[in-house]
Ligand binder design. Structure first.
Ligand code: B1M
Length: 219
């Protein structure tokens, strides 16, 4: 497991080069890309967040770690997104207005692509108007991400805007991000929320009638 520990440490250190070297080595050594993600890259960002909370590192270090994480993710993206089948559905994804966090959202996009969805990624700091515009297109699901307690409230505004535009019956709406809970999804009238990228995929499939899911749907 030294390889995965090295990857984790490289991301924490914000070292893009050694992160890339570590991920390439792990792939050469036939590590499962999902293990690289779940035991190397993701725990690194969790550790970075904890250190930030303890004020042991600051925004610039967090940004540099995020850059290293993204470099690692880019290397495993082709494997995670490999599916080779016709799209099972189309989903619009974005991080809500005021929020610049995109690593989790990008991961959700990758896993959805891997599960056969066509993903339209609106990026970060996305206005309600932009979500509405995208919902008018031929899409089945709108997905929103928020990482800040101060921006998750903007998800409600997006749902109101989609409803106001007469599109609420046309699309399913899913939400996610660290501060988001099923109770919150229920409160704002979303169709579901997911704690991670893999369950987001299950949820999306469930909502368009592909599989049954036991979790994550608000009551
Ligand atoms: Co920010 N940040 N950050 N940050 N940052 C957090 C979120 C924070 C928890 C750190 C902390 O205090 N421990 C804290 C939020 C506190 C709060 O609101 N309660 C915080 C803060 C305070 C801030 C700033 C305000 C700091 C400042 O400026 N003083 C600032 C805000 C900027 C803004 O957005 N307006 C800020 C800035 C930044 C950086 C730009 C430096 C950088 C982001 C870089 C980038 O994304 N390109 C950054 C980072 C890296 C983090 C932490 C360390 C890591 C986030 C991350 O990428 N996690 C984070 C601490 C933490 O999360 N432990 C923190 C890894 C990622 C794989 O997980 O994003 O949770 P996550 O995504 C998961 C699930 O949540 C879920 O699936 C994903 C994959 O499994 N999911 C979905 C996400 N979206 C989904 C959508 C779905 C379904 C599931 O359906 C559509």
């Amino acid at each position: 497991m030294a390889t995965l520990d090295d990857i984790k440490q490289s991301v924490i250190d914000g070292n893009l080069e050694t992160t890339e070297v570590g991920v390439k080595r792990a792939l050469d050594e036939n590590f499962d890309p999902e293990a690289i993600l779940m035991q190397g890259l993701i725990p690194a960002m969790a550790e970075v967040g904890e250190r930030f909370e303890r004020q042991e590192l600051y925004v610039p270090e967090m940004l540099i770690a995020a850059r290293a994480m993204k470099a690692g993710l880019n290397l495993i993206k082709p494997m995670l997104a490999e599916s080779g089948v016709e799209p099972v559905g189309k989903i619009v994804l974005g991080t809500v207005k005021g929020d610049l966090h995109d690593i989790g959202k990008n991961l959700v996009a990758m896993m959805l692509e891997g599960a056969g969805f066509e993903v339209v990624d609106l990026g970060i700091d996305v206005t309600p108007e932009r979500f509405v515009e995208a919902a008018r297109e031929d899409v089945q699901i709108v997905g929103m991400s928020a990482l800040l307690t101060t921006t998750m409230g903007n998800m409600k505004g997006v749902i109101e805007a989609i409803t106001g535009a007469g599109l609420r019956e046309k699309v399913k709406i899913i939400i996610g991000g660290a501060p988001v809970t099923p109770a919150y999804a229920d409160e704002i009238g979303a169709d579901g929320c997911a704690p991670d990228a893999s369950s987001a995929t299950t949820l999306a499939k469930t909502l368009i009638g592909w599989v049954d899911s036991e979790i994550i749907m608000p009551s």
